[in-house]
Write a protein that binds this ligand. Structure first.
Ligand code: ATP
Ligand code: MN
Ligand code: MN
Ligand code: MN
Length: 282
């Protein structure tokens, strides 16, 4: 079943069960049935059993193999996000998958006026962010790390957009999901139009980097022609901000990537000069 189909099968009580499991996520990996029963109240025992069976079948929770304990799956987290975006009148209907990255699944969706929007579900798996986890003083669940990434991306989009930078307009956040403006375009690395004004584009990218660093105190951190979308009117949008941070090394890394890419179009610049420019020093 698709995410949208599963969301339609989740009723109000199932939602409460999912939310209760979610809220317990950093105490231990699994929550025991008896703990859930205590949290939800004695009068719901029968409903709880039915709901857990259903959620397990829909693969929204995962049952421990040796005990009567459950944890939320990433799909379960996605469902919480979909329901909250719906209640907040941001997302009316989820559509099809339009992108699948290392750290997320990106869906097309529709708002309450039937306009297309994008919903990016963050999913930090066990293979990424190993170094971050080692640095954490206490164990955070992968679910919490995914939610934090969504929050970081939403905040970055909001600040850069509010200050006139070229990013998709953020529409809302819920759990691990960021809703944003849908850009009908292609990634910069796929642009093959000889008449395209690469110098103008280059300057606009640097302008947005400068806004991000001076107004929002962030470097993108993964800037490349894969994370820049160009629409039909040749407007640019820098996407994919969850790793944004104040790190100057990240900023220098982004600058190197951009300078390297634009060299093939005859554009050359001194990295130090650009470093000063995007930091607002020159
Ligand atoms: P990566 O593996 O590069 O880290 P990611 O999981 O962080 O990817 P994004 O780069 O944000 O995800 O998005 C993945 C793809 O989804 C993009 O390359 C793009 O094709 C599409 N996409 C993302 N945001 C939008 C948007 N606002 N409008 C249209 N398409 C989008
Ligand atoms: Mn805009
Ligand atoms: Mn990307
Ligand atoms: Mn990314």
């Amino acid at each position: 079943l698709s995410l949208a189909e599963r969301a339609s099968l989740v009723g109000p009580f199932d939602y409460i069960v999912l939310k209760t499991i979610y809220e317990d996520r950093d105490k231990s990996e699994y929550i025991h049935y008896l703990t859930l029963k205590k949290k939800l109240g004695q009068k719901n025992v029968k409903d709880l059993k039915i709901s857990l069976l259903k959620l397990n079948k829909l693969k929204l929770v995962f049952k421990d193999s040796t005990s009567l304990a459950f944890k939320l799956t990433f799909s379960g987290l996605d469902i919480l996000a979909i329901k909250m975006l719906y209640v907040n009148h941001i997302l009316n209907k989820l559509g099809s998958i339009i992108g699948e990255g290392k750290e997320s699944i990106v869906y097309l969706g529709y708002d309450f006026n039937d306009n297309p929007i994008v919903v990016k579900f963050h999913r930090i798996g066990r293979n990424s962010y190993k170094s971050i986890r080692r640095r954490e003083p206490y164990k955070k669940s992968w679910i919490t790390i995914s939610v934090e990434n969504a929050e970081r991306e939403y905040k970055a989009l909001k600040c850069v957009h509010d200050n006139g930078g070229k990013v998709p307009r953020p529409l809302g956040i819920a759990y691990n999901a960021v809703a944003m403006e849908y850009i009908d375009g292609i990634e910069l690395y796929r642009v093959s139009n000889n008449a395209f004004d690469f110098t103008k584009l280059y300057n606009e990218i640097l302008g947005t980097m400068r806004i991000a660093y001076t107004e929002c105190k962030i470097a993108h951190g993964d800037l490349s022609p894969y994370n820049i979308l160009i629409d039909k009117e040749n407007n640019l949008f820098i996407i994919d901000w969850p790793q944004a941070s104040q790190s100057e090394e990240s900023l220098q890394h982004d600058i190197r990537n951009i300078i390297n890419f634009f060299r093939r179009f005859g554009i050359s610049d001194d990295p130090q000069k650009i470093f000063d420019y995007v930091r607002g020093i020159s």
